[in-house]
Design a protein around this ligand. Structure first.
Ligand code: PRP
Ligand code: URA
Length: 208
């Protein structure tokens, strides 16, 4: 069964408080989202398997460890893009796939408009990125798409989740662990997260 982890770290909480503020501008919003993604990734990767490698130091041969599997990160456009740089700073060898989904304004159902993936999904550890887990429709659809292409070892990394989204993602993909910086109270009548932070894509890219 999937595990749901709400990161409990003073630095993440502090940065998230600034990010949520309605007056925080796009430049700061982008920086904070990447910083939180980095902090979360550091902890989420704690249990990744490593394998032994021999490294020639200037002194002798050392037994060292390197990541056993490739990491592929898959941001859900647009808002997931705001987490990519922060993760690549920690895992520069990660490859990046992209999934384009938008929520229909009336039905709130996800509509697919783009998909491009690196090879090796079936052997890699795959992180699906989307800051907002609202109804869970987008995250669940994205994970279905990458499973169809062979991905087996998948983790979802989000920022703010609603209970409804966690429930949907968990029931459709019980094998996928869910990591969030905060679990909020509920959805409003427009399926926005309450208290949330508003429209993440618009705030990142200054489109409203
Ligand atoms: C937002 C957000 C998620 C989705 C979450 O994207 O970035 O992808 O909504 O909602 P859900 O859990 O109810 O599916 P949006 O559809 O607004 O597209 P955008 O990122 O291009 O603005
Ligand atoms: N998408 C967002 O950007 N924010 C929400 O609160 C819900 C969906």
């Amino acid at each position: 069964m999937s595990k749901v982890t709400v990161m409990n770290h003073p630095l993440i909480s502090h940065k998230l408080a600034i990010l949520r503020h309605k007056d925080t501008k796009s430049k700061d919003f982008r920086e904070l989202l990447n910083e939180i993604a980095s902090l979360m990734t550091f902890d989420i990767c704690r249990d990744l398997k490593t394998r032994e490698v021999l490294v020639e130091t200037p002194i002798c041969t050392a037994k060292c460890q390197e990541l056993d599997k490739d990491v592929i990160i898959v941001p859900i456009l647009r808002a997931g893009l705001g987490m990519v740089e922060g993760i690549l700073q920690l895992i520069p060898t990660a490859k990046v796939g992209h999934i384009g989904l938008y929520r229909d304004e009336e039905t709130h159902e996800p509509c697919e408009y783009y998909a491009k993936f690196p090879t090796g999904l079936s052997e890699a550890t795959v992180f699906v990125l989307d800051p907002m887990l609202a109804t869970g429709g987008s995250a669940a659809a994205a994970i279905t798409m990458i499973k169809k292409r062979g991905a087996k070892d998948i983790r979802y990394i989000g920022l703010v989740g609603a209970p409804e989204g966690v429930e949907k993602l968990h029931s459709e993909h019980p094998d996928v662990d869910i990591y969030l910086a905060a679990l909020d109270e509920k959805l409003n009548e427009n399926c926005y997260i309450v208290p949330g932070l508003g429209d993440c894509g618009d705030r990142l890219f200054g489109t409203k």
